[in-house]
Design a protein around this ligand. Structure first.
Ligand code: AMP
Length: 148
């Protein structure tokens, strides 16, 4: 998949928004949805996606949507910080397959980091069970709720 192309309505994140496939959700409003990455690069690896825009990548996100969407990215990152108390947070985002993108609905990765604890590479992590992800998601969503 190149940097530009046709948005495919049946991509996995669009199916999550539609509720057709499950995810471990931490946040949702009319602008964005956030959920646990099922192949987490570190504990608490969270993805934030726009709900309304059919954008394959950040370059395609309509300009008048950028502000409201990035507010949600920040809100979820603040929830990750408050809920999991990491020492640092990586926020990253890939545009086009040559850049490492594998799912073609825009998403931001929020990856907490702890001193002395390594992080798996992008696309290198093993699959996590819902039992592992749920308690982390609960801490993040509770922290977002407390801040709202
Ligand atoms: P990217 O490679 O930047 O396009 O990121 C796609 C991300 O989606 C990867 O970090 C995957 O681990 C993650 N992912 C793929 N399938 C699922 C799924 N069913 N639930 C949650 N995260 C997923």
């Amino acid at each position: 998949m190149s940097l530009h192309g046709t948005y495919e309505d049946d991509n996995i994140f669009a199916k999550m928004i539609a509720g057709d496939i499950p995810c471990v959700k931490v946040y949702e409003d009319d602008i964005a949805m956030a959920f646990m990455d099922i192949f987490p690069q570190s504990d608490g690896h969270t993805l934030v996606i726009p709900k309304q825009a059919k954008a394959r990548n950040f370059l395609e996100l309509p300009g008048d949507y950028v502000g409201s969407f990035m507010q949600r990215v920040q809100k979820v990152a603040q929830g990750v910080e408050a809920g999991l108390k990491p020492d640092g947070i990586v926020i990253t985002q890939f545009n086009g397959a040559p850049a490492g993108q594998t799912v073609f609905h825009l998403h931001f990765h929020i990856i907490p980091r702890w001193e002395g604890k390594s992080m798996a590479g992008h696309g290198q992590a093993g699959q996590a069970s819902p039992e592992t992800l749920l308690p982390l998601a609960e801490k993040i969503s509770a922290a977002i709720g407390r801040a709202s």
